[in-house]
Each structure stands twice: as structure tokens, then as C-alpha cells.
Design a protein around this ligand. Structure first.
Ligand code: SAM
Length: 277
């Protein structure tokens, strides 16, 4: 993808002064099999494919819509899909033609979800991009029907006591003289939402925690080429926008330092919670 293609894909999100890049659906699709499988695993565990009373589901930060399609096609849900990226929403609309799916561009800070509508709300691999997740969680919880399930999967969910060496190490690379100016419009935006704090927050909003999982292995990063591809399309999406192919150099420097520090721990985390009847 060229710089020119990327530069057409900027959007300004509500809660940020920094110009955020749109995620590119085609780049993302190349490396997201692992994320999709992890989401399917969670759905399996709550029997989402076999729900008798098919109701409404909402998928927040839906990406290119693989889960949305599966929920509608295989699970029989009516799905409302939301993502901040127009490119992703275009991909969802194309993928889900003829299925009971609506898809709209919106920021997680302002989801416009109808209250008490959804028997299932999911958000997979998005929350770590939000500086403040509380308001988004509140909206998701309010949107659930009684006995509705909330499925959250996100990275960087390690307990607060473990710190955030991944981010601190990456920041060190981003601050190098070679990158600091070029990355002014694409700073490192990766946030720590510790699992125990997210659980307490959901409980304080009235949900019951059904299950939690830590350090979920996501397939796709086993070899270095696969890891770089998924970093480029996801963790370094903003930097890819401003650096173009030079992002590969930034990724190499980052991986080198992360390995040297033993800091390449992504801490993929899951909480499934339920609204009481
Ligand atoms: C790693 S992808 C995950 C996509 C999909 N849920 C999956 O599991 O494959 C993260 C998605 O979150 C979206 N996203 C990032 N920040 C967002 C925000 N503030 N509001 C809504 N969506 C956001 C991105 O556009 C991207 O599609």
C-alpha cells in the first residue's frame, strides 16, 4: 500500500486531537485469522451459535466483519456492527450482503446503542486502542438485555502489578531521533486495561463475571514474517499510515529491543460477563 492510498484514509476521532488513521480492511484481513478463531472460541463457550431465540447482537470494533458474518450466517443473529474505520465498514457491508446486518462508522466513545436491545455484545481486540474504556463499557452494558452476554477480548490486559514493559519499550524506540519527528502525528496509542480492573468495573455496572482467560495464544505470529505482517496491519497501523514502507524498519527496531528486554508479551485477555435476569 502506498503512502498516497494511506493519506486518503485519515479520520478524526472524537476523543483525540491526533489524526487517527483508518485501519485498512484489506491489510487487516491478511493477518487476522488468529483473532477470528479466538472470537469464535468465546462464542462457542456461550453457545452463541446455537441460541434458540435469535435476537440482536452488536459487535464493536468489528473490523472487516468476519465475526459479524459468522454470527448472522451461522448463529442466526441480527447483528449491528460498528467500527471507526470506513474501510472496515465498507468491507462488512460487502461481506454481509443479504444477511440481517447493519454496519455503521462510529467511535467507541459514542456508539449510539439502543438500551436493552442486545442479547449479545462483543468487542474483540479493540479496547487496548482506547485511552479510556469506561465510557465504552458503560454503553455496552446498558445495551444488554437481561441475561445478555458481553464478550470482551483485548490485548495488554495484564494485571496492574505487572506494569507495561511492552509499551515502555516501544516508546523508547518511537522517541529515537530518527523517528520522533516523523511519528508526531502517529504517537504510540496502546493502553493498559488490567483484567482485574475491567472485571471490577463490569461488576460495579451490575454484570456477573462468567469467565476470564489470560495470555490467550493467537495464532499467526509464530514465524517472523507472519508476526511482522500482523504488526503492520494492526499494532502499527497508525505508524504504517505516516511511514509507508519505512514502517518495516520501525518494526524491526522495535522487535529487536523487545526481544532484548524480553518484553514481547502481548497479554491477550478475555472476559465474558452476563447481565442478571
Ligand atoms: C485489531 S482490529 C479487530 C477487528 C475485529 N474485531 C477482529 O477481532 O478481527 C481493531 C478494530 O478496532 C477499530 N477501532 C480502533 N479504534 C476504535 C475506536 N476508537 N472506535 C471504534 N473502533 C475502533 C479499528 O478500526 C479496527 O477495525
Amino acid at each position: 500500500m502506498t503512502n498516497d492510498t494511506f493519506s486518503k484514509s485519515f479520520t478524526q476521532t472524537k476523543d483525540s486531537k491526533v489524526t487517527q488513521p483508518e485501519w485498512s480492511a484489506s491489510e487487516y484481513e491478511e493477518g487476522n485469522e488468529g483473532q477470528f478463531q479466538a472470537a469464535c472460541h468465546a462464542m462457542e463457550s456461550i453457545n452463541a451459535w446455537n441460541t434458540r431465540d435469535k435476537g440482536y447482537a452488536a459487535d464493536i470494533g468489528c473490523g472487516s466483519g468476519r465475526l459479524v458474518e459468522a454470527l448472522a450466517r451461522k448463529g442466526g443473529w441480527q447483528v449491528d456492527a460498528k467500527d471507526v474505520s470506513q474501510s472496515m465498514i465498507d468491507a462488512v457491508i460487502k461481506r454481509c450482503e443479504g444477511l440481517p446486518v447493519t454496519a455503521s462508522v462510529c467511535d467507541a466513545s459514542d456508539l449510539s446503542l439502543e438500551k436493552n436491545k442486545y442479547a449479545l455484545v462483543s468487542s474483540c481486540w479493540m479496547l487496548h486502542w482506547l485511552k479510556n474504556a469506561t465510557n465504552t463499557l458503560e454503553q455496552m452494558v446498558n445495551a444488554l438485555t437481561p441475561s445478555g452476554n458481553l464478550v470482551l477480548q483485548w490485548s495488554c490486559g495484564q494485571p496492574r502489578s505487572e506494569g507495561f514493559l511492552l509499551r515502555d519499550t516501544l516508546q523508547e524506540v518511537f522517541d529515537r531521533p530518527k523517528w520522533i519527528e516523523r511519528l508526531k502525528s502517529a504517537p504510540l496509542a496502546m493502553y493498559h486495561h488490567p483484567i482485574e480492573e475491567m472485571s471490577s468495573l463490569l461488576e460495579s455496572m451490575g454484570l456477573e463475571i462468567v469467565s476470564t482467560r489470560e495470555n490467550i495464544l493467537i495464532s499467526g505470529g509464530e514465524n517472523i514474517a507472519g508476526l511482522k505482517r500482523s504488526l503492520r496491519s494492526a499494532a502499527f497501523a497508525a505508524q504504517t499510515v505516516v511511514l509507508g514502507d519505512d514502517v518495516d524498519e520501525l518494526i524491526d527496531e522495535s522487535l529487536y529491543l523487545l526481544n532484548a528486554r524480553n518484553a514481547l508479551r502481548i497479554s491477550n485477555t478475555e472476559i465474558i460477563a452476563r447481565k442478571p435476569d
